[in-house]
Design a protein around this ligand. Structure first.
Ligand code: NDP
Length: 247
């Protein structure tokens, strides 16, 4: 029970990668604060699964792109569980189109959720982490932050921003015993990727040395490792979980 006595806030924990991350921490005894935006039923389902494991879990509705909502949510979590030890900035959206056709609102939505959301949540948790001289922040970026991708100028920019943010915050907080890292998944089987047509998925798989699309658990394993004591000397890094798609 590596994480017994530790509280983890996972943003976007109602489905996909976030839900897998929350359940992986719960399996190792962590108390889970599960954030979601709109999928209340899905969040309740994950909460119930976690409670059935015999650990504490509460769900928190809140839009990560809204600073005051995040501030209030984090205050409530800290009151409920007397602090947050580990923050996983996982919430994210895509609004894909070729740049020539990309609407300003689609640019703003993706940057506000994926990048400003990371600012909002990190800003609100670090005060408590600094006070307790302990913290782990893990930001979910993407392979396309490193490679770029046609139709994802907004998304790739937001996720590349997360990497720069991770490295800067890691330098600022290293002396406070707070480690800040990023995990960059490749293509992972979730609702975010389910609309990719099968023929394109098949072509994609040919380019992945591991020969398959990743699972949410593949990503969760890396996140849990980075949050563990075994990773205490790792900070400011980007760990790719992409089956070798991009090296
Ligand atoms: P999903 O679309 O399956 O889930 C997204 C999650 O983010 C949901 O829980 C959703 O909540 C939440 N969310 C969206 N907007 C907000 C918001 N404004 N405030 C709070 N929560 C929000 O995505 P994945 O699980 O696939 O992706 C998780 C992360 O991994 C994202 O950051 C994504 O960019 C990244 N990623 C995913 C890859 C993939 O192939 N799937 C590859 C690389 C990176 P709700 O259900 O309530 O809407």
């Amino acid at each position: 029970m590596e994480f017994k006595g530790k509280t983890v806030l996972v943003t976007g924990g109602s489905r996909g990668i976030g839900a897998a991350i929350a359940q992986s921490f719960a399996e190792q005894g962590a108390t889970i604060a599960l954030n979601y935006a709109g999928s209340q039923e899905a969040a309740e389902e994950i909460r119930d699964k976690i409670l059935a494991m015999g650990v504490e879990c509460k769900i928190y509705q809140g839009d990560v792109s809204d600073f005051s909502q995040v501030e209030n949510m984090i205050k409530t979590v800290e009151e409920d569980f007397s602090g947050i030890d580990i923050l996983v900035n996982n919430a994210g959206v895509t609004k894909d189109s070729l740049f020539m056709r990309m609407k300003e609102e689609d640019w703003d939505k993706v940057i506000d959720t994926n990048l400003k959301g990371v600012y909002n949540c990190s800003k609100s948790v670090i005060r408590g982490m600094i006070k307790r001289k302990f913290g782990k922040i893990i930001n979910i970026t993407s392979v396309v932050a490193l490679s770029g991708n046609i139709g994802q100028a907004n998304y790739a920019a937001s996720k590349a921003g997360v990497i720069g943010f991770t490295k800067s915050l890691a330098q600022e907080l290293g002396s406070r015993n707070i480690q800040v890292n990023s995990v960059a998944p490749g293509y992972i089987e979730t609702s975010m990727t389910e609309s990719i047509p099968q023929n394109i998925k098949d072509e994609l798989i040919k380019k992945i040395p591991s020969g398959r699309i990743g699972s949410p658990d593949d990503v969760a394993n890396a996140v849990v490792f980075l949050a563990s004591d075994k990773a205490n000397y790792i900070t400011g890094q980007v760990i790719s979980v992409n089956g070798g798609l991009y090296m």
